[in-house]
Design a protein around this ligand. Structure first.
Ligand SMILES: [Zn+2]
Length: 414
């Protein structure tokens, strides 16, 4: 994507911003601030925050936002923590956020260990790094005294991971009226721009029957066999590769005894697509196959004893915005301004799904540095050059919200 085109308008805004002495100072400040940001990252990672249990980490983050002078630092009804840096004009409100929750349960050893220039700790990248990087952005704004036209909102969000399904971000946008654009910090790398939202649907499918002795009750339809029939059919589904559409039966359990016909079998299926219509189609097809598994098992034995139940256990909306949307161009330009070749990433399941679905311009930008083992106990972060992340966020906020006396906001007020 080296032939990506940035419009004259977006180019001009970034030229105006980059010409300012205060902005150059801000970028330098962020580079010099990296040791402090990394120190905070190592502090925050020790506060455990499994999805739906982010309270303690949120309280700590609220304190940090207050200490940096943000106004109206508060928790919303979902438990997200937000603070505001007021704009000086009448510009659009822009959100910069990272998620508080991690995939690790309470009791995980989260103390950071440093080895060969890397920091090892579960959650050190995802998304503790995002939280810490965003604090560096606030410090740079404070240090330079730069004023924006629109308000800037900084947030730590809850319930991004797993069955949280990005519901924290959804609640934040529904509750905090007027957010005109959002920047999420998540994912590896300094070059990535995620601007699409891959939808997710998870279903739990349960087959139930009378069960019985493996020998004595032979002829009774089996919930396990029904589930297996359904899974065999599901395995043969052929969703399109573009837009990328995927599925997997990820969990299965059932039966209770080697010498018994099962009474129950349950499986879970995860389906995803970059396109909401394809996801609807896949879901419709899958549901028909859940039912067919039960029907065929009943028919096989000539007895109508087996039932199937299915329920949706997660629904993350899919959404897309054009790759030449102004916010995507701005992210491209901001990345180039910090000396990195940008990369547009297709798809993605991040907090950006929610704003896109609501028609709010949004991007997710990588955390900078290098990382590995994310979502595993061996998760590590290599901070070399990671300051590019807060540098980009700093430029994005100025460009989107408008830099007072320098540039017009790139997004519309909402
Ligand atoms: Zn994450």
């Amino acid at each position: 994507m080296s032939n990506y085109t940035v419009s004259e308008r977006v180019r001009q805004v970034f030229t105006q911003i980059m010409e300012q002495e205060s902005v150059r100072k801000g970028l330098e400040f962020i580079k010099a601030d990296q040791p402090r940001a990394i120190a905070e990252q190592k502090e925050i990672v020790t506060i455990e925050a499994p999805t739906f249990h982010e309270g303690q980490r949120a309280a700590d983050y609220a304190r940090r936002l207050r200490e940096l002078g943000l106004q109206d630092v508060h928790f919303d009804s979902a438990g997200n923590v937000l603070g505001r840096r007021p704009g000086k004009g009448n510009g659009p409100t822009v959100l910069l956020e990272a998620h508080l929750d991690t995939v690790f349960p309470f009791g995980t050893d989260v103390s950071p260990v440093e080895k060969d220039g890397k920091i090892y700790a579960p959650g050190i990248c995802d998304d503790t790094r995002g939280l810490a990087a965003n604090l560096s952005v606030i410090r740079a704004l404070n240090a330079t005294g730069i004023e924006t036209e629109g308000d800037l909102i900084f947030a730590g969000t809850v319930a991004e991971e797993g069955l949280g399904g990005m519901s924290g971000m959804k609640a934040l946008l529904e509750e905090y009226a007027g957010i005109a654009a959002t920047i999420s910090i998540d994912g590896a790398g300094g070059d990535t721009i995620i601007y699409q939202g891959t939808g997710i649907r998870n279903f739990e499918v349960t087959y139930t029957g009378p069960g019985g002795h493996a020998y004595g009750a032979f002829g009774t339809p089996s919930p396990l066999h029904a589930a297996a029939r359904a899974i065999a059919k599901l395995s043969d589904m052929r969703p399109p590769s573009t837009p990328k559409t995927t599925f997997t039966v990820s969990l299965i359990e059932g039966g209770h005894q080697i010498h018994a016909i099962a009474q129950k079998a349950v499986f879970k299926i995860n389906m995803r697509s970059d396109d909401p219509e394809e996801l609807d189609k896949l879901q419709e097809q899958a549901i028909a196959l859940f039912v067919a598994g039960a029907r065929e098992e009943n028919e096989r034995w000539g007895q109508d004893l087996l039932t199937v139940d299915y329920k949706q256990i997660l629904d993350v909306p899919a959404g897309t915005q054009p790759d030449d949307a102004t916010i995507v161009q701005a992210a491209w330009q901001a990345t180039e301004c910090v000396g990195i070749q940008p990369r547009l990433v297709p798809g993605g399941c991040t907090n950006t799904n929610m704003p896109i679905k609501m028609g709010i311009p949004a991007v997710t930008l990588g955390r900078g540095g290098r990382e590995g083992g994310v979502h595993s106990l061996g998760e590590w972060f290599d901070p070399e050059g990671a300051y590019c992340c807060p540098q980009k966020s700093f430029l994005m906020l100025l460009a989107l919200a408008g830099m007072r006396g320098v540039s017009e906001p790139l997004v519309e007020k909402r």
